[in-house]
Ligand binder design. Structure first.
Ligand SMILES: [Zn+2]
Length: 375
């Protein structure tokens, strides 16, 4: 068995981010279930499903790496007959709860607690398409998704483990500590592109703004915790994710893409080296467990969707963005926050083949696509 370090070094950009076609998904794998047989198409995009969502999740979770399954699209027909882009813009969002600052102080509430509470409140009959939170200091809504958060952690892990294309905190604008304590820091991070076609040459410089680097004076003045500043994070850069996510739903919205998540991971790791735990504790993004990463790997590599095109021809494709997001939230609903997103509550050690190991950091997870624990 490979050590955690060896596993992490085996990452390749194509393995991580090179989306597979339905033909590539089938290659060398055998069909485990054809769920599409229980999901009857009634028009080009409209599906009647005889399966409960938890059945679908069970079947996906039971896939070994050499198996695949077939399903139909699960984007609700209310969004222009199952239109993925429409769902991305208009789908129901998970909204992080907000509390008064005195409640936050009394109960010592952290961002991770808020995600835990949000997961507890997920409704059985609602299909979710992303996460929304608000800065307590502006009306601008921050939008992101589990799909982008997991991809961001993957990008961080890839860059951290690949010497040639690492991440770099280029500059922390903290000459005026008072202002940083009040408004959060501005940090520029340089990171690689995740485009698998692009041979690792393209890089992004991203400025993360409003990120808590120190306990916040602004909040302490009011007698509160530093943490509300963690939701003040914002970043503008010109990547495709953000460009196409635009909609008129909110008066003001900032889309936080996978580059922002990866940059925040790097800032946390950089600050931990100098024993500053504030960014780690106030990370506005949840960190997925290996269990949820394995589920995500199955979505990318072991599931295909069949559909009828306009001429009623049967076609197949990989899962698209909206479908992956729905399935990720259903996986979280079914398994709960601690197993899926709460890396802090998990034990510090894990047991593999009778041996005790230190719990791996996110960049030490097993990202190989042909290695799931079999059920
Ligand atoms: Zn981006």
């Amino acid at each position: 068995m490979q050590s955690l370090e060896q596993r992490a070094k085996n990452l390749t950009k194509h393995e991580l981010f090179g989306y597979r076609t339905s033909r590539e998904i089938k290659e060398g794998r055998r069909l485990l279930h054809d769920m599409a047989r229980h999901m009857r198409p009634v028009s080009c995009n409209e599906i009647v499903t005889y399966l409960h969502m938890s059945d679908i999740i069970d079947k996906i979770e039971s896939l070994n790496s050499d198996q695949y399954l077939i399903m139909s699209s699960i984007i609700p027909k209310d969004y222009e007959n199952g239109n993925n882009v429409r769902f991305r813009k208009r789908g129901e969002m998970v909204i992080l709860p907000r509390f008064t600052s005195s409640k936050i102080k009394d109960d010592q509430i952290t961002p991770k607690d808020l995600y835990g509470l949000a997961v507890e409140k997920l409704k059985e009959d609602i299909i979710y398409g992303g996460i929304v939170f608000r800065s307590p200091f502006s009306s601008c809504v921050r939008r992101t998704s589990l799909d982008r958060i997991i991809t961001g952690h993957m990008l961080f892990s890839y860059a951290k483990n690949s010497k040639r294309t690492g991440l770099e905190v280029k500059k922390i604008h903290d000459r005026n500590k008072d202002i940083v304590e009040y408004n959060g820091g501005i940090i520029t991070v340089n990171l690689p592109s995740k485009d698998a076609q692009n041979k690792g040459d393209k890089r992004w410089d991203i400025a993360i703004k409003g990120f808590p680097l120190y306990s916040s004076k602004r909040i302490l003045k009011k007698g509160d915790e530093a943490y509300p500043l963690s939701f003040h994070i914002h970043s503008q850069h010109d990547c495709g994710t953000v460009k196409y996510a635009f909609s008129y739903r909110y008066r003001e919205a900032n889309d936080l893409c996978d580059h922002v998540v990866a940059a925040v991971d790097e800032i946390i790791s950089y600050q931990l080296e100098s024993n500053n735990k504030v960014p780690y504790e106030l990370n506005p993004f949840p960190v997925n467990t290996q269990f949820t990463l394995d589920f995500y790997k199955r979505l990318l590599n072991n599931v295909i969707v069949t559909y009828r095109d306009q001429s009623w021809e049967k076609r197949s494709r990989r899962l698209d963005w909206g479908e992956r997001e729905i399935l990720l939230w259903e996986h979280v609903k079914k398994n709960g926050f601690v197993r899926t997103l709460d890396t802090n509550s998990n034990p510090k050690t894990i047991h593999v083949s009778g041996n005790t190991h230190r719990r791996p950091k996110i960049n030490e997870y097993d990202y190989r696509i042909r290695s799931f624990p079999s059920k």
